[in-house]
Design a protein around this ligand. Structure first.
Ligand code: LLP
Length: 443
């Protein structure tokens, strides 16, 4: 692995520093001022970090001539984020009608979109076809039949990938492993011939272009990618020999990990790209296949390091000799990852110039749940009520997994660009919180 640190290997966004006032700033914007202007909790996204990671992805895969980079929208989807990522030349992996709709809302061209998911509904598939989604990654037999039926009604030949479960285990949290045999996603390897037979003989409104795998998320190993390439290309060879169908596309999903804390050591995007590209070359040569069009779908690694969350510190509870709890004005509703996956984060106090770590505390959320702990046992510079806390690496799977638990209002999001802050998602209002409530007349 190379010595240089790339975006996904750093804990803080690209241009993070302490300014003359002694406050933390990102790309020239003071985080304490941001908290004052937009209130907390607040999601902050740094354009420069996002752009650098997108450029790194493009550079890393630039010597593979047939590459399609798709952003996995589930990691972070807002209309402005869609527009920005589109401007970097990425397409999108979507998993719902809502994600497709958000892309449409941002006026993003849908010709570079792939639709994933293990139980797409008739309504969603119809919506996808009506919006000319480029590829549908079909997950199971039920969907093959349903999609063919809808495509037939609309007199369309829909191009698809077949999602397969490659039987590869990666060492990540059990809840975010996906490639193993015991998974709800994709066709078992043993069922592929049956699926191909049906596509070939029965489903005339489906055109199979390639195979799709996704191994899991927050992956630190590179070998799982070369294993996946081998399996996918061997299956493509089998399909060619046994069924006479030549597939020329492969989608390897997402998964590249990032550094949340010093304990994490993910490979860089260049490491991953080299492994994938050389493995394609080797296996194609061995199997006498043409090099396929390659799709990859990074989510976390593209956006995570560009995001931080700001909170205001409130109450504290010191249990002598046991633990000191410091409470934040947010928590599991805006970042459910610590309570769901025991995810770890780094943080700093934004209004204290010295990054001295002189007090061990536990940062608790404000939600009515003992498990709502954002960071357990972190060393900080004497956190006090009114301090602004900055939690790093919250760009992925925080806003997109946020909830209204305890009727919390979803935070605003600002984008830092050209030394200015732009509000790209407004804070939810109390009126919005109840806007879909129907009040029954009860005598
Ligand atoms: N492609 C497919 C088919 C996926 O299912 C996923 C993520 C991705 C791409 C993007 O993977 P990434 O590059 O982000 O690792 N909520 C969890 C992560 C769940 C990932 C689900 N699928 C978390 O917060 O850690």
């Amino acid at each position: 692995m190379s010595e240089e640190k790339f975006i996904n290997q750093n804990i803080t966004p690209k241009n993070t520093s302490i300014n003359q006032k002694g406050n933390l700033e990102i790309s020239g914007v003071d985080l304490v001022e941001l908290a004052k202007t937009f209130q907390t909790p607040l999601y902050v996204l740094d354009y420069e970090t996002l752009k650098q990671m997108a450029l790194d992805y493009k550079k890393a895969f630039s010597n593979y001539e047939k590459i399609n980079l798709l952003f996995a929208s589930k990691a972070l989807m807002t209309s402005s984020v869609a527009k920005i990522i589109d401007s970097f030349g990425f397409g999108f992996d979507v998993v719902s009608m809502g994600e497709i709709y958000t892309l449409k809302n941002a006026k993003v061209n849908l010709d570079k979109v792939s639709f994933n998911g293990n139980n797409k509904s008739r309504q969603e598939l119809t919506f996808a076809l009506e919006n000319k989604i480029n590829r549908i990654s079909v997950d199971n037999f039920h969907e093959l039949e349903l999609l063919n039926e809808i495509a037939k009604e609309k007199n369309i030949i829909q191009k698809i990938h077949l999602r397969i479960a490659p039987g590869i285990e990666c060492h990540t949290h059990e809840y975010i492993q996906t490639g193993q045999i015991d998974s709800k996603f994709g066709f078992d390897l043993t069922k592929i011939p049956n699926a191909i037979e049906k596509i070939k003989n029965e489903y005339k409104n489906i055109l199979l272009k390639g195979l799709h795998v996704h191994l899991g998320s927050q992956i630190f190993e590179t070998k799982v990618y070369s294993d996946a390439v081998k399996i996918v290309l061997e299956k493509i060879k089998m399909i060619k020999e046994d069924f006479g169908l030549e597939l020329d596309e492969i989608n390897l999903g997402g998964g590249l990990g990032i550094t949340y804390t010093e304990e994490d050591s993910p490979p860089s995007v260049f490491d991953i790209a080299n492994v994938i590209i050389s493995s394609i070359e080797d296996n194609c040569k061995k199997l006498n296949l043409n090099k396929p069009v390659l799709y990859i779908e990074p989510g976390r690694s593209l956006v995570c390091s560009a995001g931080v969350s700001l909170y205001t510190i409130g109450s504290e509870k010191n249990i002598e000799g046991i633990r000191k709890y410091i409470a934040l004005d947010g928590g599991m509703a805006d970042n459910p990852r610590p309570s769901m996956y025991q995810a770890k984060y780094e943080a700093a106090i934004a209004n204290k110039k010295d990054s001295i770590k002189n007090e061990k505390v536990t940062l608790a959320g404000k939600f009515c749940e003992s498990g709502d702990i954002l960071i357990k046992d972190i060393e900080l510079n004497q956190p006090k009520a009114g301090d602004i806390l900055c939690v790093f690496d919250t760009g992925a799977y925080c806003y997109s997994m946020s909830s209204n638990y305890n009727c919390a209002l979803k935070p605003a999001m600002v984008l830092i660009k050209d030394k200015k802050a732009y509000e790209i998602v407004k804070r939810q209002s109390l009126e919005q919180l109840v806007q879909n409530d129907v009040i029954l007349d009860i005598d």
